[in-house]
Design a protein around this ligand. Structure first.
Ligand code: BEZ
Length: 210
C-alpha cells in the first residue's frame, strides 16, 4: 500500500514491548511517530533506538508519542533491550512493535523487496492528532537516521499548522519564517503588524510568531 501525505494512516492492532497496541486509540489526541528498523541485534539500529530513548523528553515536550517496529518477535525485543541500555546508556522507554507476521510492515509499505525482501527499511511516519500522515521518510539499512531532523520537522509542522507561515531551508526554532504566498500584503499587515523583510514579492521573511 502506498501511503501519501494527508492520508488517514491505517489502523492496526499489534503486540509490543508495552502490551497490545490498538494504533488509533493509542495515538489518541496526540501526535505520533511510527518508525521501523531492519533488525534487532544490529549495530546501527542499536544506536538509533538508544537515541530515540534519550530524546524522549523532547518528543514529550511536543506532545509526540513514539513507537518503533521491526519484524522480530517480542522475546527478541526484550533481550535486545538490555543491550541498548548497556551500550547506549538509555533504556527503551517507548513501545517496540513485534511485527513478526508483517501485519503493520505490509500495511505501511515498510518492506522494500528490491532492498531486502524480508526486512523492513528505516521508515518514519509523522502522524498528526487527526491520524493524518504528515511526513514519510525512508533510509537504507546502512544509514542511521538523524532524529534531531525529525524533531525539527515536528516543530515546523506544529508552527505552520497554527500560523500562516512556512519554514525556510535549515530553519530552527526561533529563526525567521516565511509568509505563505496565499497571504497577500493586506492580510499580512493584519497578521504581522510589526512588518516583514520583503526580499521579493514572493519571499517575505518575518519573525517567528507564537
Ligand atoms: C544495522 O542496524 O547495523 C544494520 C541492519 C541491517 C542491515 C545492515 C545494518
Amino acid at each position: 500500500m502506498t501511503l501519501r501525505l494527508g492520508d488517514t494512516v491505517p489502523d492496526f492492532t499489534q503486540e509490543s514491548t508495552e502490551g497490545t497496541i490498538h494504533f488509533h486509540e493509542w495515538i489518541g489526541d496526540h501526535w505520533a511517530i511510527l518508525f521501523s528498523h531492519p533488525k534487532n541485534f544490529t549495530p546501527v539500529c542499536t544506536t538509533e533506538l538508544g537515541e530515540v530513548a534519550r530524546l524522549k523528553p523532547e518528543f514529550e515536550k511536543r506532545d509526540v508519542k513514539v513507537a518503533g517496529l521491526s519484524v522480530d518477535p517480542l522475546d527478541s525485543h526484550a533481550r535486545w533491550a538490555a543491550d541498548i541500555a548497556e551500550t547506549q546508556g538509555h533504556a527503551l522507554n517507548f513501545p517496540l512493535l513485534a511485527d513478526a507476521d508483517r501485519k503493520v510492515s505490509d500495511l505501511y509499505g515498510m518492506v522494500h523487496p528490491n532492498a531486502n525482501d524480508t526486512l523492513t527499511v528505516r521508515s518514519v511516519f509523522i502522524i498528526d492528532p487527526n491520524k493524518k500522515l504528515r511526513l514519510t521518510l525512508t533510509y537504507p539499512a546502512s544509514t542511521g537516521r538523524n532524529f534531531a531532523e525529525i524533531l525539527r520537522v515536528v516543530d515546523s509542522l506544529q508552527l505552520t499548522d497554527s500560523h500562516k507561515v512556512a519554514t525556510p531551508v535549515n530553519w530552527q526554532q526561533g529563526d525567521d519564517v516565511i509568509i505563505v504566498p496565499a497571504v497577500d500584503n493586506e492580510q499580512a499587515r493584519a497578521l504581522f503588524p510589526d512588518g516583514w523583510d520583503e526580499q521579493k514579492p514572493y519571499l517575505r521573511l518575518v519573525k517567528q510568531p507564537g
